[in-house]
Each structure stands twice: as structure tokens, then as C-alpha cells.
Design a protein around this ligand. Structure first.
Ligand code: CP
Ligand code: NVA
Length: 301
């Protein structure tokens, strides 16, 4: 594996291999076993959008691996003043050993990988959020002991999270049912991929249909970063697309709830369901650290 740009590029073996490594790195961290696999290596972290979890987990993860993380806000980089990504890629490749980027366009991440000569990691685009899904799969395995044969359900926007969960679930042997309002479906590329899995994927309008007998119920914000001005329109469109007690009654009685965070209580999830499942949701947040360290070691060691 040269880059980690989207789960569509990864084989099942690559995904499961990184999940196994993530489990091992988590065990080693908890038991004080050093794992300085990236001694002397530098990771540049370009952020064109806000972040709490992604920034802190990559930064701390690099330190724990013996490497050096550099936080690079696009506001302070020449990229923010229009320097082409193709040039930025070639320059940064001369200084760094890897780049993590959070931005809007997937094409920008792909161009960085194409023009640079070092591994590129996607830390979220409008199209996908592969690092988050590695943490989600890791958390599901921890709580349920397996992935294969489980049913995931995603309620809400056909956004970066839904896109990546569809690919991640199907590639690891899970089935996934989603529910979204008309006009907020995932893009054709994702629907075409899911169509290859036949009955393991369904897209519904009614959230209750998607939640039926689910082992894991997941949602995300109604308005993502960059869609702030659409928030009112989206709040109307997504009315009813909420994880609440009624929806959870349709899922299996031992169903987990995950949320990539930040969460908007009273919108996509009620406060009571969120708090009832806080142990799962915050383990998921912690697992960003372990899962990303596995990605960093796989690409940069
Ligand atoms: N879930 C996630 O990516 O969080 P941040 O936006 O805080 O990085
Ligand atoms: N869909 C959200 C995820 C945040 C982690 C966004 O893109 O803002």
C-alpha cells in the first residue's frame, strides 16, 4: 500500500491487516511496550478544515511512534494563497516522510499523491473519511468480537461518513442498510460499488427499515463542514432522520451506537441514546489514535 486515499483503493486483506496492527499497537501502548517504528520520520499534517480528533490523534500518534508531526494550517501555507497542489506536493516530498491532508476536494488529495513521492493519508474530504472508518471497524470488532455477518445501519446524509462506511462494511463482510432523504443519497461511484454486493446493501427512505435488526447503528451531522449555509434547509430535509429510542427499538436489543463526532444532540441523535452509548462512542474516538498509528506504520515504516 503506497497511500491511504480512500477505502475503495484498499483490499480486504489490507484493511484487516491494519485493524490487526491497530489492536496490537493499542495493547502495546496500554502495557507500556514501546513501538517507535517511525523514529526520525516527519509527517506533515495539512488542515483546510477544522479538527479536534484527527489533529490530536495524528500528532500524538506520531510522537508515540518516535516521529515528528508538523501541523500545517492551510491559512498559513502558500497553498492557501493559490500555490498549486502539484508544486506543494513536490516541495513537501523533499522535506517530509508522509503527508496527512484534510480538505474539501478528493481530487486535491489524489493530486498530492500523484505529484508527490511520499505516502499521502486522507484525513477527510467531502467524499470520504477513511481514517474514521478504520477506527469504527476497530471498535465494532472490540465490542462484538467480529465484523463478518454483522449488520450496520447508517441514518442520515449521503456524505463522507456514509460513503466510507458503505465501502468499509462491505469490504469486511458486514451488510449495511442506509436511510437518507431524497436528494441526499451517496454518489453514483459508491452506489455502483455497493450494487456489486447485492442483498448486503439496501438504501431506504424510512430510517426504521434501515435500522431493523441492526447490530451497529451509526449517524453523522446533517450539515458537514463547508455546508454551514445550508444548515436550515438541511434541518428540514433531515427531520425524522434521528437516532432515538424508537429507532433503537427496531435494532437488535444489544445494538451498538457509533458517532464520529462532533455530535449535535437533539438533531441526528438524542441526548439519551448518546449517553447510553457513550462508552462505545468514546472508545471509537480513542481508537482513532490506534487505527491511524497502524496506517502510519503500514505506509511509512
Ligand atoms: N471525527 C473527526 O474526524 O473529528 P475531527 O473533525 O475533530 O477531527
Ligand atoms: N461529515 C462530517 C464529519 C466530521 C468528522 C463533516 O465532514 O463535517
Amino acid at each position: 500500500m503506497k497511500h491511504f486515499l480512500k477505502l475503495l483503493d484498499c483490499t480486504t486483506e489490507e484493511i484487516v491487516g491494519m485493524l490487526n496492527l491497530a489492536d496490537q499497537l493499542k495493547y502495546e501502548l496500554k502495557h507500556g511496550i514501546p513501538h517507535r517504528h517511525l523514529e526520525g520520520k516527519s509527517l506533515g499534517m495539512i488542515f483546510e478544515k477544522a479538527s479536534t480528533r484527527t489533529r490530536v490523534s495524528f500528532e500524538v500518534g506520531m510522537y508515540q511512534l518516535g516521529g515528528h508531526p508538523l501541523f500545517l494550517s492551510s491559512k498559513d501555507l502558500q497553498i492557501g494563497r493559490g500555490e498549486p497542489v502539484q508544486d506543494t506536493a513536490r516541495v513537501l516530498s523533499r522535506f517530509l516522510d508522509g503527508i496527512m491532508i484534510r480538505t474539501f476536494e478528493q481530487a486535491e488529495v489524489e493530486a498530492l499523491a500523484e505529484y508527490g513521492s511520499i505516502p499521502v493519508i486522507n484525513g477527510l474530504t467531502d467524499f470520504c473519511h477513511p481514517c474514521q472508518i478504520m477506527a469504527d471497524l476497530m471498535t465494532i470488532r472490540e465490542f462484538k468480537g467480529k465484523l463478518e455477518g454483522l449488520k450496520m445501519c447508517f441514518i442520515g446524509d449521503g456524505n463522507n461518513m456514509m460513503n466510507s462506511l458503505i465501502v468499509g462494511a462491505l469490504k469486511t463482510g458486514m451488510s449495511i442498510d442506509v436511510a437518507c432523504p431524497e436528494g441526499y443519497e451517496p454518489p453514483k461511484e459508491i452506489l455502483d460499488f455497493a450494487a456489486e454486493y447485492g442483498d448486503l446493501f439496501h438504501m431506504y427512505r424510512n430510517p426504521m427499515d434501515a435500522a431493523k435488526d441492526a447490530d451497529v447503528v451509526i449517524t453523522d451531522v446533517w450539515a458537514s463542514m463547508g455546508q454551514e449555509e445550508e444548515a436550515k434547509k438541511r434541518a428540514l430535509a433531515f427531520e425524522g432522520y434521528q437516532i432515538n429510542k424508537d429507532l433503537m427499538a427496531a435494532a437488535k436489543s444489544d445494538a451498538m451506537v457509533l458517532h464520529c463526532l462532533p455530535a449535535h444532540r437533539g438533531e441526528e441523535i438524542t441526548a439519551d441514546v448518546f449517553e447510553e452509548h457513550a462508552a462505545e462512542i468514546f472508545e471509537e474516538a480513542e481508537n482513532r489514535l490506534h487505527a491511524q498509528k497502524a496506517v502510519l506504520v503500514t505506509l511509512m515504516k
